[in-house]
Design a protein around this ligand. Structure first.
Ligand code: PMP
Length: 362
């Protein structure tokens, strides 16, 4: 294809981007993407297999997704009178909100370091993106946020609760102050992707705020492969976002798998509980090494800081352990790595590889 065609047709800002990097993890202990390491027990997998075999692949999904939504509302504590909108992962919900709010001059605001897709999706939709730095300990800088809200009047403000890539569970009073400061001029999306590991939530508080959107995903819960996100908000808002949603965005296999797994949430809850206790053990073991700082995390990963993290990252790669070199993501994450909490076997493999990589880094 001639270069000039690409230049004529594709937006300059898109051409200047690099694609979202996803490294090939085959042969690695994969601890870079906040996945749940557990699969479903064999008996459930077999039953699921039968359900999926019965799905009519020749038919489009029925776009109301009534049963799936009912089950999500019931199992995920969505308050009475509130409904959910479904997305092909919460990534799609972020784009839906960006597109729906993309009026001339509209802005999106988020603390940084944070989830990269808030800014990426805003720019794709033609919205201005404004970031506000977190404090050095990665907690919210309430004064700076309130000042930015007053200056920019953002249409969308994102707060990940807990935050990725830091794991921080922001102070609920700070979040409330942001929701009130934004008031009627914008929506505040509390992104609860890691809620199963934090167990704190703004979901029950939806009736208090007409500008609050609570967004969740089943990805971190153990179902990253099926791509299903959901968000709850005032019905007047959801109704508008629904107009932007591609009509058949949840495929029939995802729909059937989610409906099945939602009847077995006890298994997912057990897995999340195991990861929460593994998180404390892993954090204590890493802190015990002496030369590594471990930031408090309410998610299924830990952010850790050490001297010469690039070398440690390379040492881990050599030992076939893949974590995220967070230092490359944001200047305030210098010398930080982000590592998933996993099974006790994988956590032990990581710890051993970390110890060895720390020793040889100098
Ligand atoms: N929000 C946050 C804070 C995340 O970290 C992620 C995934 N990394 C997502 C949303 C997207 O999740 P998914 O598209 O898998 O639902």
């Amino acid at each position: 294809m001639s270069k000039s065609l690409v230049e004529r047709v594709i937006r300059a800002d898109v051409r200047a981007l690099s694609a979202y990097p996803v490294p090939d993890a085959s042969g690695f202990v994969k601890l870079d993407a906040m996945e749940n390491p557990y699969t479903l027990p064999q008996a459930l997998r077999e039953e699921l297999g039968q359900r999926l075999a019965a799905v009519a692949l020749n038919r489009y999904p029925v776009p109301s997704y009534t049963l799936l939504k009912e089950k999500l509302c019931r199992h995920m504590g969505v308050p009475a009178g509130f409904d959910v909108l479904l997305g092909n992962g919460s990534d799609e919900l972020i784009s839906i909100m960006s597109i729906a709010c993309a009026q001339a001059g509209a802005k999106v605001l988020a603390p940084e370091p944070g989830f990269v897709m808030y800014g990426v999706s805003a720019r794709f939709a033609g919205l201005d993106y404004v970031s506000v730095p977190l404090k050095a300990d990665f907690t919210l800088d309430r004064d700076a946020l309130l000042a930015a809200i007053a200056a920019h009047r953002p249409a969308i403000t994102y707060l990940a609760y807990p935050n990725n890539p830091t794991g921080t569970l922001y102070d609920a009073a700070d979040i409330e102050a942001v929701i009130r400061a934004v008031g009627d001029s914008g929506i505040v999306v509390v992104d609860e992707a890691y809620q199963p590991f934090a167990q704190e939530s703004f979901m029950p508080r939806l009736p208090e705020f007409n500008n609050l959107v609570v967004m969740r995903t089943v990805s971190k819960l153990g179902l990253a492969g099926i791509r299903l996100g959901y968000m709850a908000a005032d019905p007047a808002l959801l109704q508008e976002f629904d107009k932007v949603r591609p009509p058949y965005n949840i495929n029939v296999l995802t729909q059937a798998a989610a409906e099945f797994v939602l009847d077995h949430t006890a298994e997912l809850d057990r897995q999340a509980a195991a990861l929460r206790s593994a998180r404390s053990e892993l954090a204590a073991a890493i802190a015990g090494l002496g030369s590594v700082e471990v930031f408090p995390s309410a998610a299924n990963f830990l952010l850790i800081r050490m001297a010469n993290a690039d070398k440690v990252f390379a040492g881990l790669l050599q030992r076939k352990v893949l974590v995220k070199n967070a230092g490359k993501m944001h200047p305030s994450l210098r010398n930080c790595l982000r590592v998933n909490v996993s099974t006790s076997e994988e956590n032990a493999l990581f710890l051993k590889a970390l110890k060895e990589s720390l020793q040889e880094r100098i």
